[in-house]
Design a protein around this ligand. Sequence first.
Ligand code: ATP
Length: 271
Amino acid sequence: MTGVQNALEVVNLTKRYGAMAAVKDLTFHVEPNEILGISGPNGAGKTTLFDVISGLSAASAGRVTLFGQDITGARAEQVCHLGLARTFQLNAVFDSMTVEENLLTAAYFGRHGRSFPGLRFDRQSHADCDAALEITGLAPHRHRPAAQLTVLERKLLMLASAVATGPRLLMLDEPVGGLTREEIDHCAGVIRRIRAERAMTIVLIEHVMSFVTALADRVMVLHHGAKLYEGSVAGMAESAEVVSAYLGTSGLRDLKQAAETGNGGGHDDAA
Ligand SMILES: Nc1ncnc2c1ncn2[C@@H]1O[C@H](COP(=O)(O)OP(=O)(O)OP(=O)(O)O)[C@@H](O)[C@H]1O
């Protein structure tokens, strides 16, 4: 025992859908202020893992601990109030609301257990909204309806909405899928800033190797719901299992290029 409390501890976690185990007896941890990248082939169980940790679906077995507190079986809003926010692969913003209204809503419900907001959002929600606008660079867009945002701006709004809930642990599900090289670099800069200024711990699922290389301190590769690899990003290239089950020739080339230049291509075999 080192005495240092982990930000996240996942112990022997299993999630079954009928006879199929989407996550199988998985154990890993994330240290405070660390960025853990999670990769793996389509259907490996990455999003299912996020769903179980964040309380969207119940674990079949195992335990999840957030900064020392057992959150196994807690509902999604309870998990959020305890300091864990997540984003989704697909668009998850309120299109009919402005950027600011999206963030005020996230800030309010991210901290309060009530079913209804008061007639006005409270001061804390406004402060959290303003801070999220500032750190993601969305301030110039605060009064635009979300429906009018570009793909990049929507991704940033999802990120800002998660940040506005005041988390200690941020879980990002394919935050740069579908973005251009320049947009990916921009997002990497925003996430780096969030980690530095908020002392945030981050877990991110991503196939784009340049992004993982640029951000992750460590990476875990899942395959058929189990851990195939855990270690440095560069070490993935040395793992025959990872190359065979996930990277393939093109992914290996992208990873090596990303490691050499710090700006390699994406290995995007996601659907
Ligand atoms: N609600 C569900 N009911 C039944 N099976 C499910 C459900 N959600 C996911 N699965 C199955 O669990 C497995 C893992 O899916 P999951 O979406 O977690 O993979 P993933 O690694 O996130 O894939 P991708 O990279 O394509 O997003 C797949 O076989 C999927 O079909």
